[in-house]
Ligand binder design. Structure first.
Ligand SMILES: Nc1ncnc2c1ncn2[C@@H]1O[C@H](COP(=O)(O)OP(=O)(O)OP(=O)(O)O)[C@@H](O)[C@H]1O
Length: 236
């Protein structure tokens, strides 16, 4: 269970989250909104990557400020740019990394890595240099490296950005099959069709909170009513 209580956050004096209070308990929750609306910042508060300037975020009742390590073990975070998340030279080593320092026995690490490689279709690439994987395989690796640690909650920040349709569908299928709670930030609105709840973020506030279809309608209307950008204006 994730709870935001009057969360406000600013970067360099510019407020990007404005007094957000919301409880997130549904299995699959989507976060949508314009570029720069504050989605990533909100997502990052959920596992303590961003600590709010005021207000608090509770993960299973624990304030992200008070127990950052515990919070990070509970809430796994997958970044949109897999390259920033892939650290180790080989695929298997990268997946093993998350299990080290957690008191998992060496033999158990090997078994869990092997099972994870198999489950995410990466078994043939175990000893492959991670940086040579395709974009889609890198996204899968980034996801697998988080899932191997068995977080109770998974936050994915645009995990299909830059992927082709086939890889987008592969990642989407994988996410859909997960038993744990999923908070997904995406610009692929169709992915959210069967989600339990979708929040629309605009200028640091939740401006719609409900079922996917009305949320997507709201967001679409909001985007179309927004003032035209410079490029659109000059084309008139
Ligand atoms: N670390 C940072 N330092 C300064 N400003 C930041 C930082 N991270 C984000 N911002 C700014 O905060 C605002 C909200 O950014 P955020 O990444 O949360 O938006 P977003 O809704 O996820 O956008 P997008 O859809 O483009 O990923 C943006 O104006 C961004 O430039």
């Amino acid at each position: 269970m994730l709870q935001l209580d009057s969360v406000t956050h600013a970067y360099d004096g510019r407020t990007v989250l404005r007094d957000i209070s919301v409880d997130l308990s549904e299995h699959r929750i989507g976060l949508i909104g314009a570029n720069g609306s504050g989605k990533s910042t909100l997502a990052r508060t959920l596992n303590g990557l961003v600590l709010p300037d005021s207000g608090r975020v509770l993960v299973d009742g624990i304030d992200t400020r008070r127990a950052p390590r515990r919070v990070r073990r509970t809430v796994g975070f997958v970044f949109s740019d897999a390259d920033t998340q892939i650290i180790m030279p080989t695929v298997a080593e990268d997946i093993a990394l998350g299990l080290r320092g957690r008191g998992v026995a060496r033999a158990d690490i090997d078994a869990r890595v092997a099972e994870t490689l198999r489950r995410y279709g990466l078994a043939d690439h175990a000893d492959h240099p991670a940086h040579l994987l395709s974009g889609g395989q890198k996204q899968l690796l980034a996801l697998a490296a988080v899932l191997v640690t068995e977080p109770d909650i998974l936050v994915c920040d645009e995990p299909t950005t830059l992927l082709d349709l086939r890889n987008t569908e592969m990642i989407t299928r994988t996410l859909r099959a997960l038993p744990q709670q999923l908070i997904l930030l995406t610009h692929h609105l169709a992915t959210l069709a069967d989600f339990d709840r979708v929040l629309v973020i605009d200028e640091g506030r939740i401006v719609f909170d409900g079922a996917p279809a009305p949320a997507i309608d709201f967001y679409t209307a909001l985007m179309r009513s927004a003032p035209a950008g410079e490029a659109a204006g000059s084309a008139e």
